[in-house]
Write a protein that binds this ligand. Sequence first.
Ligand code: NAP
Length: 233
Amino acid sequence: MNLDNKIVLVTGGGSGIGLETANYISQKGAKVIICGRNEAKLAEAAEAFNLHSIKCDVSIESEVLSLFEKIKKDFGTLDVLINNAGFGDYSNLLDQSLESMLSVFETNVFGAMLVGREAAKIFCEKKAGSIVNISSTAGLKGFAGGTAYAASKFALRGMTECWRAELRPFNVRVILINPSEVQTPFFKSRKAEINPTKLLPGHIAHSIVAALEMDDVGFIPELTVFATNPKQV
Ligand SMILES: NC(=O)c1ccc[n+]([C@@H]2O[C@H](COP(=O)([O-])OP(=O)(O)OC[C@H]3O[C@@H](n4cnc5c(N)ncnc54)[C@H](OP(=O)(O)O)[C@@H]3O)[C@@H](O)[C@H]2O)c1
């Protein structure tokens, strides 16, 4: 896919991996819309990087429907969805509350489904489009304290496989990206120290764009990205 002039939506595009990806794709000539819950943060990011911002909490169905109404009205169509909005909440099983697990699922799973569904309606009708779901290596392997987050990313991986099976006949590519630790606000909220051997958001943006730019005749179903993380000698 040539990204020039394409219409691209990046959920959770106001910071971290989403913002870096939005900026990179915009530099390729695409019109990029970012959404998130914090309107001021979005507007600032949009102004700094020449993006378009629309406030939307992906976990609220009415906001997702109105996001797509605005996109259709202002841009006419959509070519690519980067389903990136997400967050973690970390408790051991003994302390895990249902409330916190539900709130992680409401964004990482149910929100991803709502946005994916609305994008898929457009893509199936025009028989073209790409969905990139941003999962995590936590969606491949669990870890202590990961009940809510890892389960949400395993669920996203499962949904991705279902969407791929359903949408491939309509010429819609569904791609899963599994970053390991990336130094974003999300990462910094868990680990105070910056580790120079860890991945940066630009590395994930590059992986996403590499997968999208592959000729439309094929697609890369899943990409897992680790830091090389050499041993210090
Ligand atoms: N950083 C890592 O180590 C890492 C590793 C693997 C996977 N990931 C995944 O990468 C994605 C991006 O995370 P990041 O590391 O770039 O962290 P980030 O900077 O915190 O980005 C997450 C973005 O999602 C938005 N968001 C959260 N809930 C939302 C909702 N309900 N509706 C709309 N937007 C929402 C946040 O903005 P608002 O708060 O303003 O809404 C924020 O801009 C996430 O799905 C995360 O699980 C991250």
